[in-house]
Design a protein around this ligand. Structure first.
Ligand SMILES: [Zn+2]
Length: 333
């Protein structure tokens, strides 16, 4: 297992970019600004609508809820629906970035990751000096929840592969599978533009629970009893399962480092995706970190995020004054 690996450098964006849109669940209009960050920062959300230092580092320990989207938070400050933006960041290998939001949700855009990919490509990229840590799966792992299941396997090709199957009791999405070998280009071509979806019969129930208030035919595929309600028809024949892969990549980004391995998922979702990360973190014989490091000698932020969670990682390299000053003196978007 000691073959040579192509080392990946840390990366941030070249210039700040902004995006404005509605939150899928909150229904509120939200301004988002993406800012370059120094190496060793990680992906850090900042809530500019909250007084004080409202920082949320992206790591598995920050996960608060996985009900219909992934919500992360620290000390009572939260950000909802992070997965599509995180998938775009993972795909473009941008691991150092500050994400300012003036609300508690990432805008849903068109329900896919394509607008975020465009935003990030428009921002340009800066390759940083430090090299990234990589997680390689070396032993199989299985997690099951009723009929839902995820298997994780080692691979010999040194990449990240996903085989996803969904199966609903519905004539339009009875069963669908898709296999995907991850790369930036393949993500952009095969996965990024697949939109989130929901069933018309579930929408009333979701609204009653306070979710999907911003949902519309502009930002989600709505599946009726026997047809798709959107004017824009499916972007891919199997758009639903492709979107599940998009969600999985966004949740895998919570690892804080690239993964080498294969995930085989059956009818899973955010809850099982994030449980996979937690299970992996606890089974240290199932993976190795490249370059090798020990749990008790935390040397990098990636390492701290992975093992230590949100606590110790927030203090290392972040320069809050400089960024906060910018955030508080600027005019509203
Ligand atoms: Zn999604």
């Amino acid at each position: 297992m000691n073959r040579p690996y192509k080392m990946i450098h840390e990366k941030t964006i070249k210039r700040e970019v902004s995006f404005c849109g509605v939150g899928l669940h909150s229904g509120k209009r939200i301004n988002m600004r993406l800012l370059p960050a120094p190496e060793g920062t990680g992906i850090v959300f900042m809530r500019t609508d909250i007084m004080g230092l409202a920082l949320i580092p992206v790591c598995s320990a920050s996960v608060l809820s996985t009900f219909y989207s992934t919500t992360i938070g620290v000390n009572g400050v939260r950000v909802q629906t992070v997965e599509h933006l995180l998938a775009a960041l993972y795909a473009l290998s941008i691991n150092n970035i500050f994400i300012e939001l003036d609300g508690e949700e990432v805008p849903i855009a068109d329900g896919s990751a394509a607008p975020f990919v465009d935003l990030l490509l428009g921002a340009g990229e800066v390759r940083q000096e430090k090299k990234r840590m990589i997680l390689e799966v070396v032993e199989p792992l299985t997690i099951v929840d009723g009929e839902k299941k995820i298997n994780l396997f080692p691979v010999t090709h040194g990449g990240f592969e996903i085989a996803y199957t969904i199966a609903y009791q519905h004539p339009l999405i009875a069963r669908s599978s898709y296999s995907y070998l991850h790369s930036q280009d393949r993500f952009i071509q095969e996965i990024a533009s697949a939109r989130t979806f929901g069933f018309l019969k579930d929408i009333k129930q979701l609204l009653a629970k306070g979710y999907a208030k911003g949902g519309s035919l502009e930002n989600a595929i709505v599946v009726g009893d026997d047809k798709i309600l959107n004017q824009e028809q499916l972007r891919f024949e199997n758009e639903f399962v492709r979107h599940k892969i998009l969600d999985l990549i966004g949740d895998i980004a919570l690892l804080g480092m690239p993964i080498i391995g294969k995930i085989v998922a059956y009818h899973a979702g955010h809850q099982l995706h994030t449980r996979l990360i937690e299970t992996l973190r606890k089974h240290q014989t199932a993976f190795r970190l490249i370059p090798p490091t020990k749990r008790d000698s935390i040397r990098t932020r990636e390492h701290a995020l992975f093992f230590g969670g949100a606590g110790p990682c927030a203090v290392e390299t972040y320069q809050p004054r400089q960024v906060r000053k910018k955030a508080t003196v600027r005019k509203p978007f």
